[in-house]
Design a protein around this ligand. Structure first.
Ligand SMILES: Cc1cc2nc3c(=O)[nH]c(=O)nc-3n(C[C@H](O)[C@H](O)[C@H](O)COP(=O)(O)OP(=O)(O)OC[C@H]3O[C@@H](n4cnc5c(N)ncnc54)[C@H](O)[C@@H]3O)c2cc1C
Length: 271
C-alpha cells in the first residue's frame, strides 16, 4: 500500500515549522523511519507533513556545564560516530548499535525516537536511566521535561500538540560512574523482547527497563537492592514490578527475560 495524499512543507526555520504545525492535522516528519511505514500501512494519515530536515539548527551535539545537548534532528549514525557521545555518554554509545540496522540508523533521529515513544525503543530508556531531559518548543516557547516525566503511556508523551522536540539533554558521565546495558531480541536489530539500562554512581543506582511495559520504566525495588550490590535481591524485586505482555511474549516470559537482562547488565556495570 501507499500513503494517502498529503500536503508537504519543508520549513527553513523553527518559527515557520511551529506555525505550520498549528494547522489542522499537521504532523512533523524527521527521519521518516517510523512515520513513513505507518503512513504506507495507513495507520497514520496526516493532512500536512511538516518536514524538519531543513532545520539545520536542530542537529548537532554540544557539551556545556556537565551536560551534552543533542539536537532533535541528530541521526543515530552521527551519534554513533561522535567522540563526545562515546566518551561522555557511554551508555548511549553502548545502546545505539542495537537500534534496527545501519540503513535505519542513517536516517532515524534521536528526537524522532523520543517523540514516537515506542515502549521497546532503546533511547527513551537510556535517557531515563541517565536522568536526562527533553526540550520541547511550541507557540508558548521552550520548556524542559525530565526523562522521568516524559513517557505518559503507550506512544504517548508529555509533549503538547503543536510542540516540537528540539533537543535532548544528558548528563556527562561522572568519574567512577558505571553503566550496564543488555537487551534480548530474537535477532540483532529487532525490537527488544526485554532490555535494561543501568547507571550507577556510588550507591545511587538508576535502572530503566524497556519493552516490558507501555513505556520505559524504572524499577525502584531493583535499584534499592543494587545500591547494596545484591543482584539476587534485585532480580527477586522484579516480582513486584508491573509487567505487560505484548505480541511477542506474555508477562511471565517478559519478567524472566527482564531478570536475565538485569543480571547481564549488572555484570557489565561491575566488571
Ligand atoms: C525495520 C525497523 C526496525 C526498527 N527497530 C528499532 C529498534 O530496534 N529500536 C528503536 O528504537 N527503533 C527502531 N526503529 C524505529 C527507528 O528508530 C525510527 O527511526 C525512530 O523510532 C523514529 O525516528 P525518525 O527520525 O525516523 O522519526 P519519524 O519516523 O520521522 O517520526 C516518528 C514520530 O515522531 C514524530 N516526530 C519526529 N520528530 C519529531 C520532533 N522533533 N518533534 C516532535 N515530533 C517528532 C513524528 O511526527 C512521528 O509521529 C525501527 C524502524 C524500522 C523501520
Amino acid at each position: 500500500m501507499k500513503a494517502p495524499d498529503f500536503r508537504y512543507e519543508r520549513p527553513a526555520s523553527l518559527s515557520e515549522a511551529l506555525a505550520l504545525l498549528a494547522e489542522e492535522d499537521a504532523t512533523p516528519i524527521a527521519g521518516g523511519q517510523s512515520l513513513m511505514p505507518m503512513m504506507n500501512f495507513r495507520m497514520a494519515a496526516p493532512a500536512l507533513l511538516v518536514d524538519l530536515n531543513g532545520l539545520a539548527d536542530l542537529a548537532g551535539i554540544t557539551a556545556a556545564d556537565g551536560w551534552l545537548t543533542i539536537g532533535a534532528m541528530t541521526r543515530y549514525a552521527a551519534l554513533e560516530g561522535s567522540a563526545q557521545v562515546m566518551e561522555g555518554v557511554p551508555l548511549m554509545a553502548r545502546a545505539l548499535p542495537h537500534i534496527a540496522h545501519p540503513a535505519i540508523r542513517t536516517r532515524g533521529t534521536l528526537g524522532g525516537s523520543l517523540a514516537l515513544a515506542d515502549p521497546a525503543a532503546e533511547m527513551p530508556a537510556v535517557l531515563l536511566a541517565l536522568g536526562g531531559e527533553v526540550v520541547v518548543e511550541g507557540p508558548g516557547g521552550p520548556r524542559t521535561i525530565a526523562a522521568d516525566d516524559w513517557a505518559t503511556g503507550l506512544y504517548e508523551t508529555a509533549r503538547a500538540p503543536g510542540e516540537l522536540v528540539t533537543a535532548i539533554r544528558v548528563p556527562l558521565a561522572a568519574p567512577g560512574q558505571r553503566f550496564g546495558f543488555h537487551e534480548l531480541a530474537r535477532r540483532h536489530g529487532d525490537y527488544a523482547l526485554a532490555g535494561v539500562c543501568i547507571a550507577a554512581t556510588g550507591d545511587a543506582v538508576r535502572v530503566a527497563f524497556f519493552a516490558i511495559s507501555d513505556r520505559p520504566v524504572r524499577a525502584p525495588g531493583a535499584e534499592a537492592a543494587l545500591a547494596t550490590g545484591d543482584i539476587d535481591a534485585a532480580v527477586a524485586a522484579l516480582a513486584d514490578l508491573p509487567i505487560d505482555g505484548d505480541l511477542h511474549a506474555g508477562p511471565d516470559t517478559k519478567r524472566h527475560l527482564a531478570g536475565v537482562a538485569l543480571r547481564r547488565a549488572w555484570a557489565e556495570a561491575t566488571s
